[in-house]
Design a protein around this ligand. Structure first.
Ligand SMILES: [Zn+2]
Length: 376
């Protein structure tokens, strides 16, 4: 046999072994079949946590402190596992278990031995997860994680929003940052991002919220720039909904809500005011706490990311946030009425930094929120 033939034969045998080593999954009760790829690490069979996440809606987070070394918090079927890097021991429901081989890291990926999947998981979920002759039967996981985000670039078309002293239109800044944010969320997190507008067109405030509800968005992010009669006003503030506004937030609320009177015609204001009863809806109030969390993260990251003045997280009664049945925030990225901030806001590099900071906040929020939703 020539050397080449020998190598080809060896490769095909390896290929077959590799194929057979993958773990077949059956999701009950529908019998959906999936395969969990197995890799050889230190001559043992391993599965990457990312591959498990992709198939079984789990998530994990790596934590490090000088006291605990690297810990991997793994959330799976509503329960938490705590792994230690390079250790076969892990914690589950306050007890320590052994999965025979250590948790390993290769590059940015973390791997558990297949013994954890095939032997330990069925013990932790008796009656739910079963290993029947090398095929793992698991309940169809409920994916309650953040998957779809609606980004709402404020204003557009006949409504330019606030206009800066040098003629910069708010509607264009909002759109530019929104498009950058969309790109980051899609590329880096693989999320589905829908936009209330992708060009310079008019969309009513009610249609923006309706769009988010109709598409069952998990988050609603409305992007704006601020304006004030005092042209020294500067900085960033992030809002979520309230029916009770503070005096300070009322000015911004009036600014953003005035679109209705200016561009949506007679009777539109009454229509939005009548939406008040929806605010009482439990569906919406349960999202206020998460809206606050998201607003807090966004505010913190934006201020740190672009070194702007911190005007804080605020609540106001924005029409565009009313009736949104998901965590919803409105970001005022700076004052277009302030010539210095106007110049910054119009700068493409600055817009990139704004988008990056909002992206980092959503990423962080998604982890926390997914964990809560997957473990409750
Ligand atoms: Zn605006």
């Amino acid at each position: 046999m020539t050397k080449l033939k020998y190598i080809l034969l060896l490769l095909s045998i390896l290929g077959i072994c590799y194929l057979y080593a993958d773990i077949p999954l059956v999701l009950t009760p529908d019998g959906i079949q999936k395969t969990l790829p197995v890799v050889k690490l230190e001559e043992k069979d391993y599965v990457s946590l990312d591959e498990i996440n992709a198939r079984l809606c789990s998530i994990y987070k790596v934590e490090y402190s000088e006291y605990t070394d690297f810990r991997v918090m793994f959330f799976f079927y509503g329960e938490q596992f705590i792994f230690l890097l390079n250790s076969p021991f892990y914690t589950f429901k306050q007890s320590v278990f052994n999965m025979q081989y250590p948790l390993l890291q290769v590059g940015a990926n973390y791997y558990v031995p297949t013994t954890f999947i095939m032997d330990n998981l069925p013990l932790h979920f008796p009656g739910q997860i079963q290993n029947k002759k090398g095929t793992l039967y698991l309940p169809q996981p409920k994916d309650k994680s953040v998957k779809r985000i609606v980004i709402d670039p404020g204003h557009g078309g006949k409504d330019p929003g606030a206009v800066g002293p040098n003629g910069t239109r708010e509607s264009m800044i909002n759109l530019n940052v929104a498009l950058r944010l969309k790109h980051l969320l899609e590329q880096e997190l693989g999320l589905e991002v829908l936009m209330t507008r992708t060009d310079d067109r008019f969309v009513s405030l009610g249609d923006r919220t309706k769009f988010a509800n109709d598409n069952k968005a998990d988050l609603f992010i409305s992007i704006h720039t601020n304006a004030s009669r005092t042209n020294g006003a500067q900085g960033i503030e992030t809002y979520y909904l309230s029916t009770k506004s503070t005096t300070e937030s009322r000015a911004v609320e009036a600014l953003e809500n005035s679109v209705v009177e200016l561009y949506e015609g007679a009777g539109a204001k009454q229509k939005y005011e009548a939406l008040d009863f929806i605010l009482m809806d439990m569906l919406q109030t349960e999202h206020l706490e998460h809206s606050n969390d998201l607003a807090t993260l966004v505010q913190h990251n934006l201020v740190a990311g672009v070194q702007a003045k911190n005007r804080g997280v605020k609540q106001a009664n924005f029409y565009v946030l009313r009736g949104a049945f998901m965590p919803a925030i409105l970001i005022e990225m700076g004052f277009i009425s302030n010539p210095e901030e106007e110049a910054l806001l119009a700068n493409p590099q600055y817009q990139d930094r704004l988008a990056q900071a909002i992206f980092e906040s959503i990423k962080r929020f998604k982890y926390n929120y997914d964990r809560i939703r997957l473990t409750s």
